[in-house]
Ligand binder design. Sequence first.
Ligand code: SAM
Length: 279
Amino acid sequence: MSTIDGLPPLRAVIAAHGLSAKKALGQNFLLDLNLTAKIARSAGDLTGADVLEIGPGPGGLTRGLLAEGARHVLAVEKDARCMAPLAEIAAAWPGRLEVVNADALEIDPLARLTPPIKVVANLPYNVGTELLVRWLTPPDWPPFWQSLTLMFQREVAERITAQPGGKAYGRLAILAQWRCEARIVMRLPPEAFTPPPKVASAVVQLTALPAPRFPADPGVLERVVAAAFNQRRKMLRASLKGLAPDIEDRLRMAGIAPTDRAEQLSIEAFCALARVLAS
Ligand code: SAM
């Protein structure tokens, strides 16, 4: 059977290298190269960009990224069994793919990448959320990356892109949307993966804005948002009382009713409150 890049189909790669999926590594593989090319396309124009891919596994998405023209792909994979199949892909695309056998939570791959940098990953969800929060809270803004294209459990994708007023709206939505354009670009049923996970998935595309939408100190904003949503059912005058003894006055100064609840507040209102609390 021929493929987009002349390499063997992924089922044959998995069989040849004995890559039985390991649950502990969250291995749910994408085997349809048309689908992985589509995910790669959802990251925008890759020509002229370096791509950081986390968790390439047998390389389905990696092959999509290379076929879509990525200038250079740096792929970080924890499972040593995947090194041989990934080396075959590197040989088919000379000089374009570099593979690192490491835990993405432990290494800093930045020195190996040249801007503009796009991050693309289909990762286990716990690792994905931890990395997302790190990528969204760098020491300086704009961050090292231009965009993040990440597969999540659908429920997490909905939390990242949620608007005020619903249950899904919380810390992740504010962290993501304060300084990024965030949207769901693709929804995938469990059967898209081998083996299928229990829940549906979605790809989220986050594009870094040159500056935050509204001014605020990131540390203060993070503390306000964490306190407000830790007790999301309470009125803000109660959930935030640990932040300032005169919290009711401060809320009013920021134009917020002390009886409002966290999920009613826009990002703009949270930023206004962070500014009042920092003054
Ligand atoms: N990208 C491949 C695909 O789409 O078919 C594999 C996706 S699979 C959901 C997740 C991959 O992330 C696995 O290959 C797994 O070994 C790898 N992985 C899990 N934890 C990791 C970590 N901490 N650092 C790097 N890779 C990790």
